[in-house]
Write a protein that binds this ligand. Structure first.
Ligand SMILES: Cc1ncc(COP(=O)(O)OP(=O)(O)O)c(N)n1
Ligand SMILES: Cc1nc(C(=O)O)sc1CCOP(=O)(O)O
Ligand SMILES: [Mg+2]
Length: 212
């Protein structure tokens, strides 16, 4: 993927009762010195206040900055800018990719959700740095998703825009990494594979090793 976009995107677990920051702390403590392949995306529920999103982003940055782990903010570009994050991720219900690029500026990392090759071509034209492609398989982490696209769907998107890194998302487990890489994914984005693990730090190390 080149060094600009790490291969493992840890998306914060925004479900009620989960301690998103504790998982980030465990991930960074376990993973950063071993492989420099980790990125954290701060994702909160839609009804979370901007204040809470901003404070979580600042807390995540305080953990990630000393370890040189990049931090993105999902959806809320103003929170990304205000907190000094490295960029953001947008999808179909967020600002269009080209508009998000104008807001963030040319140096920011900008991810765009793509479910089809057509989505990918439009996202690259709009200035996306990487493409978040899924859902790879069914997941209980997020409701309302379309049917899984599987490895074949990921491969179709990757083939459409081979110069832009594809990050597969949706039900991804460590055992899926080799197949997804073979399908053309440069990396993976996960919530449950780390947040649901008995030892989130160990899960990060195993994912990073599989992605190396
Ligand atoms: C890496 C990555 N890929 C896809 C998504 C999904 O973004 P989006 O479609 O905007 O949905 P929400 O996450 O906002 O519910 C993502 N966040 N990260
Ligand atoms: C936030 C999100 N977006 C998806 C998409 O396909 O757009 S799937 C997803 C949830 C990812 O969590 P897990 O790794 O636990 O399945
Ligand atoms: Mg979104």
């Amino acid at each position: 993927m080149g060094c600009a976009v790490p291969r493992l995107h840890l998306v914060t677990d925004c479900r009620a009762g989960r301690d998103a920051l504790a998982v980030v702390q465990a991930a960074v403590a376990a993973g950063w010195g071993v492989h420099r392949g980790l990125l954290v995306q701060v994702r909160v529920e839609d009804d979370t206040t901007d204040r809470a999103a901003y404070e979580l982003t600042c807390d995540v940055l305080a953990v990630c900055r000393p370890a040189a782990v990049p931090v993105l903010v999902n959806d809320r570009l103003h929170v990304a800018l205000a907190a000094g994050a490295d960029g953001a991720h947008v999808g179909a219900d967020d600002l269009p990719v080209a508009a998000a690029r104008r807001v963030l500026g040319p140096g920011a990392v900008l991810g765009a959700t793509c479910r089809t090759p057509q989505d990918a071509t439009a996202a690259v034209a709009g200035g996306a740095t990487y493409l978040g492609v899924g859902p790879f398989r069914a997941t209980t982490t997020k409701r309302g998703l379309p049917a899984p696209i599987g490895a074949a769907g990921v491969a179709a998107v990757a083939a459409a825009e081979p110069a832009t890194p594809v990050v597969a998302i949706g039900g991804v487990a460590c055992d899926d990494v080799a197949g997804l890489r073979a399908a053309g994914a440069a990396g993976v984005a996960v919530v449950g594979a780390v947040a649901n693990a008995a030892d989130p730090g160990r899960a990060v190390v195993e994912l990073l090793a599989a992605l190396a």
